[in-house]
Design a protein around this ligand. Sequence first.
Ligand code: TYM
Length: 341
Amino acid sequence: MGNCQINKRNIEHKIMKKRVLSGIQPTGSIHIGNYLGAMKHWVASQDKFDNIFCIVDLHSITVPQETGELRKKTRELAGLLLAIGIDPELSVVFVQSHVKEHTELTWILNCVTPLGWLQRMTQYKDKSARHEIISTGLLDYPVLMAADILIYESDYVPVGEDQKQHVELARDIAQRFNSMYGDVFVIPEPVIPRVGARIMGLDDPTCKMSKSETGQGHALYLLDSPDEIRMKIKRATTDSHRDILFNESRPGINNLLTIYELFSGKSRSEIEAHFQGKGYGVLKEELAELVIEGLKPLQERYREITADPAYLESMLKKGADKVRPIAEGVLRRVKDRIGLG
Ligand code: TYM
C-alpha cells in the first residue's frame, strides 16, 4: 500500500467514532468480577464508540473443555451480553472462531513476537503452574488476543486489571510489527476502571474472583438465585475487626464494600457513614439484597432472550458477517507488507 493510502486510512480512522473492542471467554460461569470489571463498562459507553465484543471460544480451548459444553456456553454468553444491555444496533457481538482471519493473523504475529515476551506473562505463569499438561496454545494465548485487538484497528480495550498486561503486549507486538514492516496497526490503549478492576474471591479475598475457581463460595455468578447469593455473601471471609471502612489492608471487608459501592452507586463516605456502628452481619444482609435486586432485571431479560435460540444464532451470524470485512482488509494489508501471497 502506498503512503498516500495509509494517510487516507489514518485520516478516515480519526474522523470516524473511536473503536472499542473487548472479549470474554465462554468458559465456566460469568461472575460479578467479569461484570463489574469489564462488561458493565461496555454497556455504559456503547453510544459513544464503534463497539465490537467478541466471545473468544478459541481462547477457551487453551485448556481442556468438555465436548458439547463449549457451544452451549458460547450461546449462553451471547444471551448474557444482550441481557446486561449490549444493544446489537450499537454494538457487534460475534464468536471468535466464526472469523477465521484471527487465527491467520495470530500465526503472522507469532513470527514477530519474541518467545521471552510470552514466557513473562503473569497469567501464563499462574495457569501453567495449575495444569499438568501445558498446551502451546496456553503460551500463545496473548498473541491470539493481540490478533483479536489489532485485526479491528481497535483504539480502546476495556478490561479488568488482570488483562492489562495482555493489552500492553498487544501494543508491543503492534509497535514491533509497524517498525519492521511500516505502519499497519493502530496502537490500542487498555481502559481499566478506577473501581472494580479486580474483584476478589469471597472465600479468599487475597485471590482474584475467577471462572476457573470451582469452590462453592468463591464467586457470585450473574445467574445465581437469591438464596445462593445470600448464602455466599453470608459465608464470605472477613476479619476480626469491627468497624466497616474501606481499607485495602483488610481485603475481605474492602472487597464487600467495593461490591456494595458499585451496585449502590453511593460514595465511599456515604457508605461508611451508613454502616457506622453496625456489624458485619448487617453489611452482609444489605449487600446480598442489593446484589439480588441489581441482578434481577438482567436475569429476567436473560430468560426472555434465551427463549428464542434462533434469534441469538442469527445475531451472532450477522455480527460475524459485519466484522469479517474489516478483518479481511487488515489481514490483506499485513500480508502485502510482508510479501505473502
Ligand atoms: P476473561 O474471560 O477471563 O474475562 C473477561 C473480562 O472480565 C475481567 N475480569 C475481572 N474484572 C474484575 N475482577 C475480576 N475478578 C475479574 N475477572 C475477570 C477481565 O479482565 C476481562 O476484561 N483474555 C481475555 C479475553 C480476551 C480479550 C481479547 C479481552 C480475548 N481476546 C481481546 C480484550 C480484548 C479473558 O480471558 O477474559
